[in-house]
Ligand binder design. Sequence first.
Ligand code: PLP
Length: 351
Amino acid sequence: MTITTLSRKNIQALTPYQSARRLGGKGDVWLNANEYPLSPDFALQQTIFNRYPEAQPEALIQAYASYAEVSVDNIIVTRGGDESIELIIRAFCENEDRVLYCPPTYGMYAVSAETCGITCKTVPLTADFQLNLSEIERQLDGVKVVFVCSPNNPTGTLLKRSDLIKLLQITAGKAIVVVDEAYIEFCPESTMASELLNYPHLAIVRTLSKAFALAGLRCGFTLANAELISVLQKVIAPYPIPVPVSDIATQALSAQGVSEMQNNVVQVKARRQWLIEQLKGLPQVEDIFPSEANYILVKFKNGNEIFQALWQQGIILRNQNNALGLENCIRITVGTAEENLRVVEAISSLK
Ligand SMILES: *Cc1c(COP(=O)(O)O)cnc(C)c1O
């Protein structure tokens, strides 16, 4: 008996989420995790730390409700969007239940399911990164939760709204549909939040980690109808949100905070366009996929070599070579103007 063999079999088999931080990258240009490149500066306003926090801090829930244009009982606040993903699986899946997702997409759906001992089914996206609805419908047997991501990480593309509606129709009464909107601030008109009125099995995952520039805070949300939210309330830890987190998150969601975020989004989109223009002309680049988010997916002639060469120079990108259908592709987060220039210069100086 070793400690490892004492652990659950599915944990022994588990490959943890691969981040560059975990892989030990040493960089001065970090464009691998779709973070905002600069930190907002907030000062703590709360001063009382001896008491447990509110289970669901009221001021924070109010602030997000008003930002997301939903009612306060349509929200649960979590430790990042990642905790929302895990909570949904823990609350809805047991034993032989299945989780379905559509690769290439965000890695945490599979990691969270496997951690909980739940088997996944996959239905790959089509060649233009859309849902294969007829195949999803064929695969729905035993599926309790379907994860889709729009804009999709790592492709940057949006799923068609009409397809999302069809997905909600074919899953009604059978499964929860989770629409991951981690990047929705970069294309706010595409949110599915207005559909909450029509679909009790719709859950929307949100986060402050991307456009709000607060990845270090660990604050996310699930939006859903009150009944689904109360199921999640049963499963979540009693005091998940530390006082400093709700303090700063509430400030970030003030009218001024939201307007700063929206200004940042305009800047990121301009720098994204610049990056696309510069990379488009390079002989190493085979294709750049259209993006609605704060990153771009680029297909190179020799993606692994480019990824390695830039890694050696301290420019840390996200290699997607092993993702389904994304051979030679690298995901590049839009950084500051200087960081983007470093990327372009580093790539163009390679043979
Ligand atoms: C970043 C991200 C999340 C959540 O990140 P947190 O930092 O845990 O809030 C969720 N989904 C996708 C697709 C992401 O890229």
